[in-house]
Design a protein around this ligand. Structure first.
Ligand code: GLC
Length: 528
């Protein structure tokens, strides 16, 4: 394993900073809170923390609207707090990954104030301005990802500006070299402060069609889908020129050594692979959200893994994600029993896993009363909101689950008194213990992180089986996606022992010739 870069061996843990730990009694998490809880990450056994945006922001999209790319929002703390966080993380051998939001700024960013000041302002071209259509309406049919048109008229200068998200999030013009330079400087600002990499927000959006052509209708659209799906995003995103922009970002990171560039990309598999870039000049890891988008069955997931492995470019490093701050939680999607299968899958596939805070305690869907809705998307398009997956981390049985001393900005789960780190950490059968054991095994055995992958046919349609192997041995993973038991044969000329069950340790199995797999059970076997 020596010689393998950290982000290939390691695991990433995403923190949504508003919801991790509040230290100043405002019901919202902050940087000193993350620092105070790094002990949990070290104990759990992850290698890097990715922190969703902490920059100054009017918070129209909770930090994904940045008004200063080189600062910290007072809600979260100060630059000194940030430096302390990085120092403490590094002391604990944890890497720090920042969220970088280059596609759009906040509407309150001084650059936008200048840009909208007049048509001749030197920063006019830092954003995307177009004349109205002949009827006075928007320049084309592009829609906002949060519903409604993606163009807003600025009456003072008589032009529309483009925003792929809220009208409070104007898109920057990445065709303008001055924008690129300013953004590269922002990356360097954080690299100099010691950050180990970036997760780049909506990276596939950075370049739009130069001719601003209308997007074609999407024949598969149905009204329960978000409005953005009415059209295929052919011209408004995923333009080939974006690969040059990403290669330039990579070049900014290169002199700093082992830093990682992760790209947020929601695209079908073939297009996703393009983001590794020619000669791997693109994102080190284009985020792979396929486990979120694939039906939860042994057959579908097994096909997905085969297809993904086969589609990777030469040398392209795989990665896997089960959830994030934009997606319903894994335990809400597949249920508590299968959430354990999902954990074992995530942490035994080839490639870098990204964990989402709270999944390790099995947090599921937290219902949000109408008067506590925060996500602007929920207000625009009810039913699509993301608050249920952004609720506070639950640490202990104290008031507000140890997250805050005051009412948190979003509610806790009803079962917070029992579903918290303190209550689960010493329970050998808890999902938290399972996550910790999986992470420990992954660290102990290089075959499980950087080893090879091979799918294995089984006689049970509900079971997904595969092998991970390398210099330090071979491991067989058996995942039962169904509610029936199965007895599975093992190769007659080999001996295997059980290392771990999703139900807790299964000691004493010794060497076995066949293996009984319980309902919803996952096992890791080791070859003797
Ligand atoms: C990304 C973020 C999401 C945000 C959007 C706009 O998809 O993950 O939370 O709303 O970009 O920045």
């Amino acid at each position: 394993m020596a010689g393998t870069v950290w982000w290939k061996r390691g695991t990433v843990y995403q923190v949504y900073p508003r919801s991790f730990q509040d230290t100043d009694a405002d019901g919202i998490g902050d940087l000193p809170g993350i620092t105070a809880r790094l002990e949990h990450l070290a104990w759990l056994g992850v290698d890097a923390v990715w922190i969703s945006p902490i920059y100054p922001s009017p918070m129209a999209d909770y930090g994904y609207d940045v008004s200063d790319y080189c600062g910290i929002d007072p809600l979260f703390g100060t630059l000194a707090d940030f430096d302390a966080l990085v120092a403490e993380a590094h002391r604990r051998r944890l890497k720090v990954i920042l969220d970088f939001v280059p596609n759009h700024s906040a509407i309150t960013h001084p650059w936008f104030a200048e840009s909208r000041a007049s048509r001749t302002n030197p920063r006019r071209d830092w954003y995307i301005w177009r004349d109205p259509a002949p009827d006075g309406g928007p320049p084309n049919n592009w829609l906002s990802n949060f519903g409604g048109p993606a163009w807003t008229l600025d009456p003072a200068t008589g032009q529309y500006y483009y925003h792929a998200f809220l009208k409070e999030q104007p898109d920057l013009n990445w065709r303008n070299p001055a924008v690129r330079t300013a953004m590269h400087d922002a990356l360097r600002f954080w690299l100099e402060r010691g950050v180990d990499g970036f997760r780049v927000d909506v990276i596939w959006h950075l370049m739009k069609d130069a001719g601003f052509q209308d997007n074609p209708a999407n024949p598969d659209f149905s009204p329960e889908q978000p409005e953005i799906n009415r059209f295929a995003q052919v011209y408004s995103a995923d333009r080939p020129e974006v690969l040059d922009v990403i290669a330039e970002m990579r070049a900014v990171l290169r002199p700093y050594g082992e830093r990682v560039l992760i790209g947020e990309i929601y695209l079908p598999m073939e297009r996703l692979m393009a983001y590794y870039g020619p000669d791997l000049s693109g994102a080190d890891m284009p985020f792979n959200f396929q486990l979120i988008q694939t039906p939860w069955s042994a057959e579908a997931v097994s096909d997905l893994v085969e297809n993904y492995e086969a589609a990777l470019p030469d040398g392209g490093w795989p990665n896997w994600v089960l959830g994030n701050h934009d997606q319903p939680r894994i335990a809400a999607r597949v249920g508590a029993n299968q959430a354990r299968i999902a954990a074992m899958l995530l942490l035994t596939l080839r490639g870098t896993p990204t964990l989402y805070y709270g999944d390790e305690i099995g947090l599921a869907h937290v219902p949000i009363p109408a008067d506590r809705v925060r996500d602007p998307w929920e207000r625009n398009e009810p039913g699509h909101g993301r608050d249920p997956e952004r609720t506070p981390m639950q640490w202990d049985g104290e008031v507000h689950a140890g997250f805050s001393t005051v009412e948190p900005w979003l509610p806790l789960s009803d079962d917070a008194a029992a579903r918290n780190v303190d209550a689960l950490r010493d329970d050998p059968t808890s999902i938290l213990t399972l996550y910790r054991r999986l992470l420990a095994l992954r660290r102990e055995h290089a075959a499980l992180s950087v080893g090879a992958y091979r799918g294995i046919a089984t006689e049970a349609a509900d079971v997904f089986a595969y092998e991970r192997f390398g210099d330090d041995g071979a491991f067989r993973i058996l995942l039962n996606f169904g509610g029936a038991s199965h007895t599975l044969a093992l190769p007659a000329d080999e001996t295997w022992t059980v290392l771990l069950s999703t139900r807790g340790h299964r000691g004493g199995d010794g060497a076995v010739a066949s293996i009984a797999l319980g309902p919803d059970e996952g096992l890791i076997l080791q070859k003797c």
